[in-house]
Design a protein around this ligand. Structure first.
Ligand SMILES: CC(=O)SCCNC(=O)CCNC(=O)[C@H](O)C(C)(C)COP(=O)(O)OP(=O)(O)OC[C@H]1O[C@@H](n2cnc3c(N)ncnc32)[C@H](O)[C@@H]1OP(=O)(O)O
Length: 175
């Protein structure tokens, strides 16, 4: 299976925030944002995997700033690392006020997907090659995030989390 670069999975999605998307404060509802993020990240995941994918985990969704009625929401998604059948997608969300010409970052998140066949059985996926310094950092850290997820899901035991152990050792040495 041919390896692919992180950049090849890049997806961007724009949505105009309309009255039906907002709460009584005229701010975008969190659930609607998570839905759009699921779609955008699934497209990035499919682009990397070249197969259908299902969402297996949603985490680290931060809400730094509310997104207002009439603003344009821009979601940028890119795969950080591919494992065996699963991969992690990182997203950054921006709120744009087009008349004022402003663009502010509002959210960040990591979603994990599993590539599946027509019987929803997990399928192997291509390896991901990071190229830039930022992509390398995200790639390295993705192992720790994966281990944390799998510990919380009861899929691995903490003593088998080699990436987290390495990180803790490094932090101890810094103190
Ligand atoms: C785009 C959408 O919104 S899709 C709709 C929402 N999503 C769904 O309906 C998915 C429902 N879940 C499922 O069908 C199944 O749990 C599956 C297919 C995702 C995984 O099936 P499992 O029997 O758990 O498979 P298995 O234990 O072999 O794990 C498969 C992969 O998922 C990963 N995985 C499983 N659980 C988790 C978790 N909680 N967090 C992160 N990764 C996980 C595993 O590490 C493995 O990845 P790897 O092969 O890269 O090491």
């Amino acid at each position: 299976m041919k390896s692919k670069t992180a950049k090849e999975s890049y997806m961007v999605m724009n949505e105009l925030v309309l009255p039906n998307d907002t709460n009584t404060f005229n701010n975008l509802m969190g659930g609607r944002l998570l839905y759009w993020m699921d779609i955008c990240s699934a497209m990035a995941a499919q682009k990397h995997a070249n197969s259908p994918v299902v969402t297996v985990s949603v985490d680290n969704v931060s809400f730094k700033r509310s997104i207002k009625l009439g603003e344009v929401l821009t979601i940028e998604a890119q795969v950080t690392r591919a494992f065996n059948t699963s991969l992690e997608v990182r997203m950054e969300v921006f709120a744009q006020n087009l008349p004022l010409g402003t663009k502010v970052k509002s959210n960040e998140a990591y979603y994990t997907f599993v590539a599946v066949d027509e019987h929803t059985q997990p399928q192997p996926i291509p390896e991901l090659i990071p190229e830039t310094e930022k992509e390398h950092k995200l790639y390295d850290e993705a192992l720790q995030r994966r281990e944390l997820r799998l510990i919380l899901a009861g899929k691995i035991k903490p003593q088998h989390a080699t990436g987290i152990k390495k990180l803790l050792k490094m932090l101890e040495q810094k103190d």
